[in-house]
Design a protein around this ligand. Sequence first.
Ligand SMILES: [Zn+2]
Length: 224
Amino acid sequence: MQRLLKAYPDFLDSADRNNLYWKDGTVMVYDDGITDKTHDEKLEDPDLEDMLSQEYTAGPDWSEPPAENFEPGRIRYEPFFLKMYGNSSGEVSQHLESITWVDGSELAFSNVNGAADKLRLVIKELNELPSEYQKYLKNPGGTFVWRNIAGTDRLSNHSFGTALDINTKYSDYWKWNKNLKYVNRIPIEIVEIFEKYGFIWGGKWYHYDTMHFEFRPELITSVP
Ligand SMILES: [Zn+2]
């Protein structure tokens, strides 16, 4: 829970053995005590402990391809994000800022938890990459859409205005591949810039989504 407190100081006050205390007085239970959940059950009905149960490895030295069902960040305790970013499309929209992406297009991103400012720092560094990297970034797939993850009743993090898809043309997604064999074409240099500012990459998931970056500072230990 220390990771959560450090990552989200605007909202969280403190924690004790099994409770997370919000500044507005809300108390969230950390561990629901259910110890025999399958991976699918953790995705469907997680608690905060399940959400943090897999360790995200930032940088180039990660275990590629990901082990079966190893996908830190894909398990999300939805009430936690709804409470911070907004409970509806309208509420989330009130916190969106327009940000100029590397190709000059405008993207909407949440300013809650400083996410929009962190994305601006990402863009500044992406702009400094050699020109051969730009093709992966231009024509971005998008940011804010209030929607469920395809084929589920769980909200995508795109609903909160804290996720960004880069160019789908050079991206790979597990559902596009019948046998789930891991494929990636996105250079690690791009990934490292996002990670430096608290974004995780869907390319490090067993159910991979290599266009997808998501602001999840609780999963990245060293955020400047
Ligand atoms: Zn995405």
